[in-house]
Design a protein around this ligand. Structure first.
Ligand code: G3P
Length: 215
């Protein structure tokens, strides 16, 4: 499974890249707003740090506006993926983007029917929001499994990008279900590395190492 970092924070992105575990980056208007930077310059900076798919979200909600904004975002760098909300106008734009060779990440996916139509329109990625479905008592991972199954059944090239990931279990389960990508907040990336036995084992080794005569 490819791992993207779900963040606009350049320090978090740099640190995750330094760990060698990041294949790409996803942003959204809330994450961009947190940085206080204009969208285009932030995306340009991220493209200089990560040589992989970088999702940048449009703010328009009509097909014409989405196309205009998306074409501008795509001009920033060859790695930019235009993030489009899963609404009717968004799907219209995805169809045109796919004809123009512009990669898309269709976001705010909450049902298999939505995901099916996004794939039929030619989306490169579809982002089911696991955590937000869980927040309302649903099971977000079920949606990931359904999308992987449906795309496999009909040989859609669309990749399932598991999003709104809250903890390591979401990552493992999404991987077991065959999600193509998981986009993780920085905090969750760090959690994936942690294990109490690793920490205690290292502590013991380092303590015992002090008993090793130097000569
Ligand atoms: O970037 C999209 C998504 O991963 C955000 O999810 O629920 O953590 O805001 P959430």
């Amino acid at each position: 499974m490819k791992i993207f970092i779900d963040s606009g924070d350049l320090n978090e992105i740099r640190d995750a890249v330094a760990m060698g575990v990041v294949d790409g980056v996803t942003t959204n208007p809330s994450l961009v707003a947190k940085t206080g930077k204009p969208m285009a310059s932030l995306i340009r900076e991220i493209c200089e740090i990560v040589d992989g798919p970088i999702s940048a979200e449009v703010l328009s909600t009509d097909a014409e506006g989405i196309l205009r904004e998306g074409r501008e975002l795509a001009k920033i760098h060859k790695n930019v993926v235009v993030k489009v909300p899963l609404i009717a106008e968004g799907i219209k734009a995805v169809k045109v983007f796919s004809q123009e060779g512009i990669k898309t990440n269709v976001t705010l996916c909450f049902s298999a029917t939505q995901g099916l139509l996004a794939a039929k329109a030619g989306a490169t990625y579809v982002s089911p929001f696991i955590g937000r479905i869980d927040d309302i008592g649903g099971n977000g991972l079920d949606l990931v499994g359904q999308l992987v199954q449906i795309y496999d059944n009909y040989d859609f090239q669309t990749q399932v990008l598991a999003a709104s990931i809250r903890h390591p279990v979401h990552v493992i389960e999404a991987a077991l279900l065959g999600a193509h990508v998981g986009t993780l907040p920085y905090k969750v990336i760090l959690q994936l590395l942690q294990h109490p036995l690793t920490a205690s084992g290292l502590e013991t080794f380092l303590a015992d190492a002090k008993k090793i005569p130097t000569a």
